[in-house]
Design a protein around this ligand. Structure first.
Ligand code: GAR
Length: 215
């Protein structure tokens, strides 16, 4: 399955996806394009270093969400992208984009949704005083971090945490979970009924190793 990755920043999730692909842990998913809405970000350097076609579509250069999303769709179509991963992509997408990839867009979010959607989720979690934080990978719908949940991992909040230390702990899990979900998507193992996503067992998975940690 041909995957386009949308990014906006540091690209540590993109790095995790590229690393998984390099060791054969993403197949049959294949990253064929990376698009950033921000110029000059580290994610673009990572894409280039991995030899992936990378483009910048600066949302500020467009007259609104719809023309921006049409340009995004065209950029992905040029690489025959079949599914999209939002890996730290900090723009809300509308039906213009979402309807082009039904149940083929996944996002990773650094909170246990439906708690703390939107921006600065680790800081929101700390302000609320939760004891468990985590990461959610979900299908994207037209809301903000509201789509059907595919997989979650929890991490503890520790005394003395600030947003950066908590986010770093969340990202350790995120960097494992996102590639595993992308692989499962490409394998056709994600079955969405209403809001519930079932994950079929990995082909050949035995008792010993559900290596993708999803079931
Ligand atoms: C990730 O932790 C991702 O979950 C979060 O941004 C970070 C990007 O890191 N996304 C959101 O908050 C979306 N609402 P990265 O650029 O290093 O992958």
């Amino acid at each position: 399955m041909r995957i386009g990755v949308l990014v906006s920043g540091r690209g540590t999730n993109l790095a995790a996806l590229l690393e998984a692909e390099a060791r054969g842990a993403l197949a049959p998913a294949e990253i064929v394009a990376v698009v950033s809405n921000r110029p000059g970000v580290r994610a673009l350097e990572l894409a280039a270093a991995a030899g992936k076609p990378a483009a910048v579509l600066d949302h500020r250069a467009y007259a609104g969400r719809e023309p921006f999303e049409r340009a995004l769709l065209a950029a992905l179509a040029a690489h025959r992208v079949e599914a999209v991963v939002l890996a730290g992509f900090m723009r809300v997408l509308t039906a213009t984009f979402i309807d082009a990839f039904p149940l083929r867009i996944v996002n990773t979010h650094p909170a246990l949704l439906p708690a703390f959607p939107g921006t600065d989720a680790p800081a929101q979690a700390l302000r609320h005083g939760v004891k468990l934080a985590g990461v959610t990978v979900h299908f994207v719908d037209a809301g903000v971090d509201t789509g059907p949940i595919i997989a979650q991992r929890a991490v503890p909040v520790r005394p003395g945490d600030d947003a950066a230390t908590l986010h770093a702990r969340i990202q350790v899990e995120e960097h494992q979970l996102l590639p595993a979900v992308v692989r499962a998507l490409a394998q056709g193992r994600l079955v969405c009924e209403g809001r519930t996503v079932a994950i079929a067992p990995a082909p050949g998975a035995g008792d010993a190793a559900d290596a993708d940690q999803l079931v």
